[in-house]
Structures are given as C-alpha cells and as structure tokens.
Design a protein around this ligand. Structure first.
Ligand code: PMP
Length: 353
C-alpha cells in the first residue's frame, strides 16, 4: 500500500476472481463461463463495430436497451445496461445503501456483495443460510435495510420461488430488494414480471453465462422507472460510456440469435443432470442446482484437497476457504466431453486415495 492510499479503504478486502491460468491448458470449470463460443452473429456484429472504435459509444445504449426491454416485455425506461452485472450491483450499493439502509445478504452468497458494501462504506449484515443452505425467507421479513439475494444463490445453486421472493418484497416496502438473477436462464423463474407491482424491486441479469459473453462485460438491471433513474444518476456520475461499441454490437448479435442461447442452456442443463448423477454415484453430496454449476462435497475428502488434486490433473474447479463451505467444491458445467474428463479424473483420484 502506498502512503497515499485513502484511509477510507483501510479495511477493504478486494474480491478474488477465479483463476484465469495462462501457463498451462486446463479443463476450466472454475468461473461459471459458458463452454460454448459466442453466437456467430455476436462475433460478426462486434467485428463490424470494431471499425468505428474512434467514436465514443452511445451513452444511452438506446438500441440495445430497447431490444433487451422488448425481450423482457418491459419499457426501455425500466432497463439499465451496465459493464457486467457487477457494475449494476455496485451502482445499487451506491444508490440504495447507507447508514439508514444497510446492506443485508446471506452469509453464503456471491462474495462481491461484501466487497461492494466495504468499498462504498456501507454497513452490512449477513443472515445465515439454513443448515441445508436454503434461504429462510422469514429471516428477511423484519429487516431495515437493502436486501441482496442471488436467485439462484451462488455458490449453492439453490433457488427460491417467485412466490417466496414476493413475500420478501411485500414485507420490505420501505427498502429496495435486489434480486441477482445471474443464473436465471438455467431453470429458475424470473422476478422481472413483478417490477410493475413492486416499486422496491430491482432485478439484475447478465450476458456472461447463458449468452457466452463473459469476456464482453454486459449486464443489466430492471426495475420501476424511478429506480432506474436513480441508477442512471449514478452511472452518469461515474462512467457514461460504460458499454463499449463492440460489446453493444455483440449484445445485439446474440439477441438476434435467441435459438442459439436456448439450445446452449438446454445442453448445459442436460449435462448438469448427467454430471450430478455421476457425482452421486462417486459418493458426493450434491445440491439440486438451478445454475450452470454444481456445489458438492465428498464424505472422505476436504474441498481444498479435491481442488488441489484436480488441479494437479489439469482440471480447475473453485474452492472457497470460508466457514461452513470449506468441504465443498464448485464445479462449472462445461461441455459434455469436458465433464466426462472431469468425472473420469475424479474417479481415478478417489480410487487412488
Ligand atoms: N452475480 C452472481 C451471483 C455471480 O456469480 C456473478 C459472476 N461472477 C455476477 C453476479 C457477475 O457477473 P458479470 O459481472 O459477469 O455479469
């Protein structure tokens, strides 16, 4: 740390992204990326946009916002596109959290929530998940803060129903409830249709997972017009050109190729079912996942040990050295061939020990 670093960041512990190794080629099942390449239309549109990079992009992101809104069945004024959904989440911490409305989220969830709270100097409270890692909605009925829930949750993969989320929304009319739907396209019902009914609901989604665009950084928030206006105030006070031209164009390309996205989601879900079956047969406990990853533990091996042995054998998964979940590994669903390699390698590791 330099002697110039502001003391307001004394306590800040940055988010640690999953490894992006360069030295060796791994079967990469650690950052919940899609195993499929971007849509050919996304690539073609982005290439065309590359020829205009001397110009700033449209700060309103008008055309893409209209397309996303029409896909969701809402008005463009109810949508804000951002640089990954991480950016809309950070904007929500900036816009809707303070000493009077601290951030509230589960103790086991997306690690960035805690970092955003610290970055923005916002008090936060973590509500423990149940023993089986489900969210007890009753624990969110009498809060006095801005609630952040990943649905389905990460890294557990477990989802709440829309009816359960609606209970939380009803019980918290004085505070914003952010529902982070990064993994919604792999089998969960979206809360987007509730935005007209609840002016305290902000839903966030991403193009990173189901649309194979993690490298382009594109996400969005959906909520009532007033909430989106607040988030725009924050956006225009930080980075008006938050979506670059190539990403904007790639976004339009993938939305013009919805059948490709749907087919990829179906493939991921089918591979998820097969991989879960294989893990159960190998003696793992595996939660029923609604995402593009599985969260699993083996009775005989710790998570750190499994992570290390898999890595030695050329397979990267994610391990969180965190209370309650040290025994688990999180496995991204890759292509069916990659998952075959993963299961075979795992079987060998278990047999050798
Ligand atoms: N929410 C959750 C629950 C996630 O797991 C992720 C991916 N790390 C994100 C949000 C952010 O994804 P992105 O910024 O790529 O849209």
């Amino acid at each position: 740390m330099s002697r110039f670093f502001s003391s307001k960041y004394n306590q800040l512990v940055p988010y640690v992204p999953g490894e992006q190794p360069k030295a060796r080629k791994y079967v990469k099942l650690n950052t919940n990326e899609s195993p499929f390449p971007p849509s050919a239309k996304a690539i073609a549109y982005a290439s065309e946009a590359a020829g205009h990079l001397q110009l700033y992009p449209d700060p309103d992101c008008k055309v893409l916002t209209e397309k996303v809104a029409s896909m969701l069945g809402v008005d463009p004024e109810e949508v804000l596109l951002t640089n990954g959904s991480d950016e809309i989440l950070n904007f929500a911490f900036m816009a809707f959290c303070d000493d009077h409305s601290p951030a509230i989220f589960p103790d086991i969830t997306y690690g960035f929530y805690k970092v955003f709270a610290q970055l923005n100097n916002v008090p936060y409270e973590e509500i423990p998940l149940e023993k089986d890692f489900t969210i007890d909605t009753k624990a969110y009925m009498d809060n006095h803060g801005t609630i952040f829930i990943a649905n389905p949750n990460a890294p557990t993969g477990i989802a709440l129903t829309v009816a359960e989320i609606e209970e939380i929304l009803k019980a918290n009319p004085g505070h914003v409830v952010v529902i982070d739907e990064a993994y919604v396209d792999f089998g969960t019902e979206s809360c987007v249709p509730l935005i007209r009914k609840y002016d305290n609901l902000l839903v966030t989604q991403t193009f990173s997972k189901s649309r194979s665009m993690a490298g382009a950084r594109l996400g969005f928030g959906v909520g009532c017009k007033a909430l989106i206006q607040d988030l725009n105030t924050v956006k225009y006070s930080t980075n008006p050109y938050n979506i670059n031209r190539m990403t904007m164009a790639a976004g339009l390309g993938v939305l013009a190729d919805e059948a490709y996205t749907q087919a990829n989601c179906r493939a991921v879900c089918a591979t998820r079912t097969q991989t879960r079956e294989a893990l159960l047969q190998l003696g793992f406990e595996v939660a029923e996942s609604k995402t593009n990853f599985l969260f699993a533990r083996h009775r005989g091996f710790g998570g750190a040990e499994l992570y290390a042995k898999l890595k030695e054998n050329g397979i990267l998964v994610r391990h969180f050295n965190q209370p309650r979940i040290q025994d688990y590994i999180r496995i991204t669903i890759g292509s069916s061939q990659e998952m075959q390699v993963f299961v075979n390698t795992l079987r060998t590791i278990l047999e050798e020990c």
